[in-house]
Design a binder for this molecule. Sequence first.
Ligand SMILES: [Zn+2]
Length: 589
Amino acid sequence: MVGIGASKIDCMKKLISTFLFLFALTAIAAKKPAPVDPKADLVLRHGRIYTMDASRSWAESIVIKAGRIVYIGEDRQVGNWIGPLTRTIDLSGRFVLPGFIDTHVHPVEGGIGMNRCALEETVSKEQILRKIRKCAADHPDAEWIVGQGWALPAFPQANPQKEWLDEIVPDRPVFLSAADGHSAWVNSKALELAGITRDTPDPANGRIERNASGEPTGTLRENAANLVYKLVPPPSMEEEIAGLQSALKLMNGFGVTGFQEASVSVEGRDLFARGILNVYRETEKRGLLTARVTGAIYADPAQPVEQIETMKKLRQEYAGKYFHPTAVKIFADGVIEVNTAALLFPYLDKENDVGPLNWPPEKLNAFIEQADLEKFQIHIHAIGDRAIRVALTALEAAAVRNGLRDARPIMAHLELIDPQDIPRFEKLHVIPAFQPLWAYEDEYIKDLTVPKLGKQRSRWLYPINSVAVTGAMLAMGSDWNVSSVNPLDGIKVAVMRQSPDAAADANEPFIPEERIDLKTALAAYTIGSAYANFWEKETGSLETGKSADLIVLSENLFEIPAYRINQTKVLLTLFEGQEIYRDPAWEVH
Ligand SMILES: [Zn+2]
């Protein structure tokens, strides 16, 4: 009995323990993630991959799974990743880079402009007028003729006349903003609707150009353009979404997979800030946002600190998966060409005039200090050497009062930097976001800038290399629709300091000592700009664990003469491993 009983009990014990053991096993199995299919979605091999990692290493192959890079390295290591469902692309030695990141760009405006009267491709007065005539004829029912992109140097003193427009469009109002966005050209009908006459005073931060007898000429600078622009019927939401889509398509085609939208707002349709937060939200909701985006919320100098509470709400309300309005945008000054940039010494063509600051320094300091305290990233438009100095000082003061934090303030444009201020970027951890495409001797520089500064001061125009050698974290951007959105145009000029159209036997470089090498330029447009957007752990270089944001190019940029950099084509753009652009002529094997 005992024996039997004992064996029975033993048996029970065994059963129970087996049951417990099995139960434990199931419990462990349940805790374990489901077995993972080790095979990749996509493998790119036999390439020349410039990874942009810290040691700037090269690789041959890249393995992508669920939008992430799971391996990058040698061809011979990738075999195990390839299963029956894995797509493989043979790069046949093609050059691969991380996707470009544009730290200062206006895609919604640019995209709407692409679908309106676009004057960007015109150069001479005759071409501009011909295009406007065509726009008016193509849109006989449009209430207004609205366009943008005319080049300042096409007209004497950058001052086109209303009469030229009246001849083409006498009966409907016309509003055409200049390529740099700081001037507008309107016809008599538009002036009449806005009630602008010889007796209208210049608005704050704006100027109505007038002829010798005091009559408005039809050119409006800075805020004066808003006197007319506020009457222009705003584009519909659908027109804006279509605009952003056109822009994304264009940018993805140039290899851009991330950017900072340099001025957003929820309402208020002034020249600089359109109500475009909704456009990003809606575009993202529809699954059409094919890039990661930081939005810089426009800061109004008329309500310095008060607006920060609203900005905090916007930051929260409009945060999406790829879109985050976590920066604020400050226009410290205007532009040199029309004497609206703030200089340390007077313009040579205007006695005692050093140009205006849009924000008095004490207001600027108060706003930056508070916005920084609320953990906004500060993004400042600063062109003249006085604006740059005042902005650096405001950032320095905020850092002292709020304590050093990982704030990464961005200063964009940086046209004229006083040499004394050059080391301050690195010292204060301010990110210089240059528009390298502007750094060559075009008509803007030759006719409208150097004569206002003189030779000696002009030495410090776009001193990109001087800033780079201090060790500052360089970022780059296009400022499209002011200038070309193709990063390779900017990179070529950064390397050559010559026109983006320059051929091998081009002219002398513009301030040759400010050229930078290709490595530095590429880093600024990828990992540097990723850092400028707090994305360096996610993108900006090709490393295991990061998002598969990358481009395949038609040429290895390190193996061609610099003048051919922007003849190179993007063949393929991946964003999170998804193909968002492919050159239709590229045959993939
Ligand atoms: Zn801009």
